[in-house]
Design a protein around this ligand. Sequence first.
Ligand SMILES: C[S@@+](CC[C@H](N)C(=O)[O-])C[C@H]1O[C@@H](n2cnc3c(N)ncnc32)[C@H](O)[C@@H]1O
Length: 909
Amino acid sequence: MDPSSGSPSQRIQYKPLDASRNEIRVLSFEPPSTPDDLSSRLDRILGLDLGPLRLTLEHVSLDDFKPEYTTFRTARPSQWSRSLVDDAWCEQFDFELGSTPSDVFRTIARFTWGDYTAISYMWGSLEDTKIITINGMPVTVGENLAAALDCLRSSLVDKIWIDAVCINQDDIDERNAQVLRIRDIFSQSLAVTIWLGEDEMSGTGLDSWVETSFDKFLLCNTILEAHGRQTLEAALGIDVKTWESDHNYEELEGFPFSGDVLYFDNEWWADSDDSDEFGPPHFRDLVAVALISLAQNPYWTRLWIIQELAVSPIRSTLDWGDSSVPLRVVLTLADIFCNKILDGGTLDSRVVARTSPYLQLLSSIGQWQKSGVLSDKEDGLKGTAVDDLRRLAGSAQCTLPHDKVFGLLGLLPQDISSKITIDYKRDETELSSEFTAAIFIANENSGNLEGAGGVKVQSTTFDSIYALQDLPGRGKGLVARENISKGTRILSEEAVLTVSESVGSKQLRTSICQQVEALSENQRRDFLSMHNIHPYMNAAEQYLGIFRTNSLPAEAVGDKGAIFLEACRINHACDNNAQKNWNEKIKRHTVHALRDIIKGEEITITYLGPLKNRKARQKSLQEKFGFTCLCHLCSLPLEQSQESDRRLEGIHHLDGVIDQLGTEGVLVSPLRTLRYFDQQVRLYNEQGREDVGFAQVLVNAAQLVIANSDLARGRVFAERAASVWKTTLGGDSTQAIKHRALVQDPSKYELFGISTKWKTKVNEVPQGLEPSDFEDWLWKREKPNHPGQLADLRSRTTFPGFIDLPDENKVHPEFYERNNIGTYRPRRHWCFFGEIVDFASLLRLQMEIKDVDGTTIPLYFYTDSRGSELAPGQIQKGYTVAILYAERHAFMFCEPGIRHEDPQMIKVL
Ligand SMILES: C[S@@+](CC[C@H](N)C(=O)[O-])C[C@H]1O[C@@H](n2cnc3c(N)ncnc32)[C@H](O)[C@@H]1O
């Protein structure tokens, strides 16, 4: 259907086809017109000289079946496809040696007028033409077509259908009308001959390797026909262990073997060890080279062949020169090589990479054929197969851009193809958009969200609340199909492939390969269509790359990762609106809405741990996932972005401080620790995030107060934590369940009562307080004094012990705040008191002072006058020093103490 490459048939007088009779045109070879002497007859028998090509073009009806064929067909099981019936029809006949081709044709023909083979081939260059005769008239055809006809006339072919001649290429209406008939014409033929040229193996640079390609394919076919795919895989050396342990050698009658090596017809068939570099080439490599050189034939780049091959009947063949191999074995080999060959062996990886798209195409076609989605009983490709089709067709060539759509229509369901107006005069851009829209609408209407835009929703709880869509710059992703409210479980999904990442890399690959093989066809197709940011040279690397790009955790603690066909499709955003989680209780991956999500909004999760500043986030996303995040948070104007960074860094910094405090923070200075939690919650609120990090702060606060015997506050914090766990991870998550139990009885926490400092009963939660007063109570916040009111001398906040002082190297939010020029200042007053225990003045004044807790610490004077600003009378044992805004300092030469610098800040009493 490449009209712009010129019609080869200007001189044929076409009559219109009668659609009501289901008419097509077919060509048949006229008997040779060479002399009838003995030598000419011998030449003809040997196919050496058949004279000029002379053909007849006639109209035939695809409805004119022989009655015996109709009877045979009706007697077959109704679920049999037409191709299967036809195969059985042909198989039933035995022919005597010496039967003439016309005897054979007459017998196996399904129609009253004979039978036909459809030819799939490249039109080739317009410059290289030949003259043949059709209906007695000289007609110009491409050289490649003439070569195909020349070879075919000596093989067992009755009538043939060839698009260039059997469609009147000069009649645009006929061409338009035939677009949707191509599928029928190819699928109803007795066989498709895939013509690859006169010598498809030449010019690949692999000549010495490929001389015997044809034999390799035939040997593989022998095994496939006689013993099935598993044996073929074993013969190719895939999983030789399985071969040895599971295989019945008797089955391989005629195939001598020794240990794990088979030797047949002077070829090594399988060899578990590829290291014998000076030995004979591994059979698998020989077949791989044959496949690769085959895939380099320009034939595969043509768009129309996708349809022609996909619907081709079982008996179709690949032909080049005088060689012919069954298409079936080539499709099977392509599938094995794409999905099972574990390493590139001795093959040039660049060659493998270049040809792999064509092997992928063959592999997909094989799978479509096997699954029967294109049989005459089915409507066409659906679901993700449509995506695959468009991807595979993306790089295929056709002279007219219209064919990027028209060439695929025959493979799609009627509800898509019927929406497209077939007209080669149409604007191609408009055509392309109409095509995309037709696919999308068909999927929307079918409600199953399959197709270019959707996936089948497998969630058992909720139906179709999201769709898988192409999203500019982000590949595919999930989009809300309706408004989703905060806390909704968006999906709950089982893993299809699980591995522990701690096993060695070899074991990891093997395990992934085995599991991919065990997937159902649809699952494997979905897996293979997942994004992969890692380069690969073979199937094992490809699977690993897909796993690494997409896996999500599959255990609560540990390094098990898994593939979930839907959850793994969710894209990242730093201000994600959904939370992913492995739910250990239900052994499923869940995703919940962190906030209300509106219809049409993309569902996003975060790929990162606790959020860091923008720069750190961008770096890690680029390194690990290969993209630059453009989410709302990452696109904020500089100032707002810095504000957000400050909050996120604040949360992160406080985590570090709390960690460092350890048990001391729980038992010795719980109030300070509670302040830190309070500050973290404020930062989360300012940032507008209520994620798992937020839930964890509430858990930490609950544990802190319960450890100090404060059951009243413990219950409130546990309640809050349980509620956030429910929203983010679901009510059936371990975390939600555990914290609901803690609400019931906070004393169940294992560290309950290790200190009795804040002892309260569960029912001592104050009632009737204003919300802000309740928060002050909960967080033990002290209200600022009114002007003139004296400070409470017992308040450790105002008069802290040494342990309560801020560390001078850190910014402690309960002591300091940032002013509007970005520097920190004390947010309140605090004054440290210490009794002078001892003193000395060497280089500078130094004292030993005892704080309110009885702890003795060093005080060093780093003022300009090194302490001499104090009158000697003030420096007396038993006197008290008061230092405003004191901080803890880690001295290099002694234990921590206070490094005093500002003479204004000290008083001796
Ligand atoms: C787990 S996959 C997500 C699904 C993927 N978009 C697909 O089409 O299958 C991760 C990959 O998706 C892409 N991706 C995820 N989030 C993205 C984002 N916010 N911006 C751009 N690409 C993103 C990146 O290529 C990333 O390596």
